[in-house]
Ligand binder design. Structure first.
Ligand SMILES: C[S@@+](CC[C@H](N)C(=O)[O-])C[C@H]1O[C@@H](n2cnc3c(N)ncnc32)[C@H](O)[C@@H]1O
Length: 429
């Protein structure tokens, strides 16, 4: 397939995503099944175009003055890929499977449209209904933060310190040109290109459990919990176990991590992952109907981690279609779940123990506001300051990411070059 044919295919996929309101990955998979002649490189090129178009959907629509899939793709070639009008016109030759030639209006818009007077949600490429939420979180920097969330993310890996040092991992993966992550002392970063990225799961270093894909902010969230060897730790929202594995590493396999999730199916990947990582102190506690599978942990935990279900705004770089599918109702549901989890966690924290609350959201409502409401209802808990959290984890530099809205640390692509995360640690008196 030619690059122009990739663009036509991407427009078809965007049409499917819009008409059937379905995740881009599903639409891409169906397109691949219906067009078996397309090779893996073609499919990767089409996927990359589709995701770039979704990253820049709002600004592309603004530039083109239309919201059909062709307009979004053409606008995104300019906004996401920096293509000039002549380069875009050359793709649109109508020859073979190329898109139809540019109309006069399209040509003029691609040449002259400016985002200078566009509203923040357009310049930042986020849904209009979130405009007030972004303003509450970021003030005058809302558009800048949105734009950073609309960029491509690098591939970050966490080095499994149970098995090797960062230097050894850098050496094993030298053919992928990794760099050390600037903030996490146990991270590697492979910069994003335009293609599919490295096939990590085929790497020997991955198969042998030396590294795990994990965004730098997620690594930092686990490190900021400062889990120590010998501690009793409850990971209340363990999901696939990303944080639980990181905690086991910090604890040098000593003490115990109890990995629980209300959805037992989500816990399934943990078993294979902990085997690969050589983590021996993780006990998976899957729900069993009405049985209280955590009863024995009451008032016994040094640390309870809530890696809360959230809107995932902070991870938009990795899931650019999720931002357009997010609806106000989903935010309300996540807020309720977060309140319930905070209330549920209290029971397990021992006197003098800690409760760590983490989200990959940038919204105040899911972060500082939840913590403020929790503290008002639970006077036996006190929030640690950002400096205390950072120093307690041996990462004093992270204090510069103190939230301006209350206790806790805020990370974001625009400020820390990571996914957006919020981390707050509360101590029980
Ligand atoms: C952000 S994900 C966890 C990701 C995981 N900790 C990791 O690092 O890979 C949030 C998880 O919370 C779980 N969850 C939602 N409500 C819950 C509840 N009431 N009790 C326990 N887990 C819950 C979801 O099933 C989901 O797996």
């Amino acid at each position: 397939m030619t690059p122009a044919a990739h663009i036509s295919a991407a427009i078809e996929v965007l049409d499917d995503v819009a008409k059937r309101r379905r995740p881009a990955a599903e639409a891409l998979k169906d397109w691949g099944i219906a067009h078996r002649f397309a090779g893996s490189k073609d499919r990767a090129a089409i996927a990359s175009l589709v995701f770039d178009a979704l990253r820049k959907r709002a600004s592309a629509i603004y530039v083109m003055g239309a919201d059909d899939p062709r307009a979004i793709m053409l606008g995104a070639l300019r906004e996401a890929r920096g293509q000039g009008v002549e380069a875009i016109a050359a793709f649109c030759s109508a020859a073979g499977h190329a898109p139809a030639p540019l109309s006069g209006d399209e040509r003029e818009r691609l040449e002259t449209a400016s985002l200078n007077a566009a509203p923040d949600h357009v310049r930042g490429d986020y849904p209009e209904w979130l405009a007030s939420h972004f303003e509450a979180a970021f003030g005058a920097r809302a558009a800048e933060e949105g734009a950073a969330l609309a960029a491509r993310a690098p591939v970050d890996l966490r080095v499994n310190i149970l098995k090797c040092s960062r230097e050894q991992a850098l050496e094993k993966l030298a053919h992928l040109s990794p760099a050390s992550t600037p903030l996490s002392p146990i991270g590697l970063r492979i910069e994003a290109g335009q293609g599919r990225g490295p096939a990590l799961t085929a790497e020997t270093a991955y198969v042998k459990g030396l590294v795990e894909p994990q965004d730098e902010a997620s690594q930092l969230a686990a490190l900021l919990c400062a889990a120590g060897p010998g501690e009793q730790v409850l990971d209340l929202c363990a999901g696939g176990g990303g944080k639980a594995l990181a905690l086991a590493g910090q604890m040098h396999n000593r003490g115990q991590v109890y990995a629980y999730d209300a959805d037992g199916r989500r816990l399934m990947p943990i078993h294979e992952r902990l085997e690969r990582a050589g983590a021996r102190n993780i006990q998976v506690r899957a729900p069993r109907g009405k049985v209280d599978v955590l009863a024995d942990l009451e008032a016994r935990c040094d640390l309870v981690l809530i890696d809360a279900p959230c809107t995932g705004v902070g991870a938009w770089r990795r899931h650019p279609d999720a931002k357009w599918r997010l609806a106000p109702g989903a935010l309300e549901r996540r807020l309720k779940e977060q309140r319930e989890l905070l209330a549920m966690a209290v029971r397990f924290v021992k006197p003098g123990g800690r409760l760590a609350y983490v989200t990959c959201s940038a919204l105040r409502e899911e972060n500082e506001d939840q913590i403020a409401a929790f503290l008002a209802a639970n006077p036996d808990f006190a929030a640690r300051s950002a400096a205390e959290i950072a120093e307690g984890a041996g990462l004093p530099d992270l204090a510069r990411f103190a939230s301006p809205h209350g206790p806790g640390i805020r990370l974001s692509p625009a400020t820390s070059g990571t996914d957006g995360f919020y981390v707050c640690v509360l101590a029980k008196r």
